[in-house]
Design a protein around this ligand. Structure first.
Ligand SMILES: Nc1nc2c(ncn2[C@@H]2O[C@H](COP(=O)(O)OP(=O)(O)OP(=O)(O)O)[C@@H](O)[C@H]2O)c(=O)[nH]1
Ligand SMILES: [Mg+2]
Length: 221
């Protein structure tokens, strides 16, 4: 179809402890697949996807920077925080330590990223809790949904539990955060021209095409 293919480009960062599943969430988003044994991220990796936000009538192009959770890369990955419009702050629901450490990742984000950035807390690997219930998992949930939800509210974060393995809530996490960013754009919080994490496409005509099949539901609730 002629014309532009998106209304906005939104820069996202994905952060959190090593092994919580940041790269797996990105691969699930962009390729709809799951790798059982991915290599740890060295520095930063990049992925991109077009998504539709029906409530706002917009198509956005997500530009996601997936950062390494390993401590030795922390000073490098921090430099990618600047100018991001959105952040996925990821912990593993079967690792209390990764949830506790999310506080220091959030402190890093707040120190180095745009103060208006939208951050969504994502409790990954919920599939292991289902397996736990059915007796086939040897990993137990260590962070309750209520506790994470309460902390997210206190810190002004959005929140979802997800699974890169099953795909549960992965698209929704990005959609929910994107929807919030579009609200901020609409209300002048992000300036199209001055916020490096938000780029407005330059329309050549009125038509906007989403290149992938989409059966998206509401994400702003
Ligand atoms: N059961 C389950 N395993 C997952 C899930 N997401 C990731 N994993 C596994 O967790 C391990 C670490 O996943 P990665 O995606 O490499 O984690 P990461 O956060 O990118 O790690 P670093 O790049 O080292 O910071 C891998 O063995 C994945 O297969 C999930 O939703 N469920
Ligand atoms: Mg990784």
């Amino acid at each position: 179809m002629a014309g532009i293919t998106w209304h906005y480009v939104l820069k996202f960062i994905i952060t959190g402890d090593a092994g919580v599943g940041k790269s797996s969430l990105l691969v699930r988003l962009t390729d709809q697949r799951f790798l059982a044994n991915p290599d740890p991220t060295l520095g930063v990796e990049f992925g991109s996807k077009l998504i539709e936000i029906p409530e706002e009538g917009k198509v956005v192009k997500l530009q996601c920077w997936d950062t390494a959770g390993t401590e030795s890369f922390r000073s490098i990955t921090r430099s990618y925080y600047r100018g991001a419009a959105g952040c996925l702050l990821v912990y593993d629901v079967t690792s209390r330590k990764s949830f506790i450490n999310a506080k220091s990742w959030l402190a890093d984000v707040r120190e180095h990223a745009d103060p208006h950035l939208t951050c969504i807390l994502v409790g990954n690997k919920v599939d292991l809790c289902d397996e736990e219930a059915s007796g086939s998992s040897n990993r137990r949930r260590e962070v309750s949904t209520d506790e994470a939800d309460e902390w997210a509210r206190k810190e002004g974060l959005l929140f979802l539990e997800a699974s890169a393995k099953s795909g549960n809530n992965v698209d929704s996490a990005f959609e929910k955060a994107s929807c919030d960013i579009l609200h901020k754009i609409k209300h002048g919080v992000f300036d199209d021209d001055r916020s490096p994490g938000v780029k407005l496409s330059k329309p050549t005509n009125g038509s906007v095409a989403l290149n992938q099949a989409s059966n998206k539901q509401g994400c702003c609730s």
